[in-house]
Unconditional design. Structure first.
Length: 137
């Protein structure tokens, strides 16, 4: 199993909307960056992702699970980019803000800190455990 982080603006798609999608999950689409798209292609069913509210909040708010591996994104007219299906798993009791992550030296290697505009990124197992602890889950 691998770990990832996916970003969404909460006024467009929030963790609560993801939760309401239920067991069928929701399509994670609209990614138009090649590096982020390659990360989607590397996701496998059962992988876990942090759900990050970008722009508004700038915090990790929960965990979602990959339930369907990549397929052509139906919102991409040129059929170059892909989507995955994600299902809500858990909401953090204590959202983990970007400033908290930046202040933690053990998390300084994260793409979230180094490539802040990337919308889908890998997370190493050690960082995953640290952030879960910070999120009180």
């Amino acid at each position: 199993m691998k770990y990832w982080l996916v970003k969404s603006e909460p006024n467009v798609w929030s963790i609560d909307q993801q939760k309401k999608a239920g067991d069928k999950g929701a399509m994670w689409d609209g990614v138009r960056n090649y590096q982020a798209a390659n990360n989607l292609k590397a996701m496998k069913a059962g992988d876990l992702c942090f759900f990050y509210h970008s722009n508004i909040g700038k915090e990790i708010v929960g965990i979602v699970e990959v339930i369907k591996e990549y397929y052509i994104d139906p919102t991409d007219k040129k059929k170059k980019f892909v989507a995955v299906q994600l299902k809500f798993k858990e909401k953090f009791r204590n959202p983990v803000g970007l400033e908290i992550i930046k202040q933690n030296k053990q998390l300084s290697n994260l793409a979230l800190v180094k490539q802040s505009r990337l919308s889908v990124m890998p997370i190493d197992a050690k960082s995953w455990k640290i952030i879960c602890k910070l999120g009180k889950i």
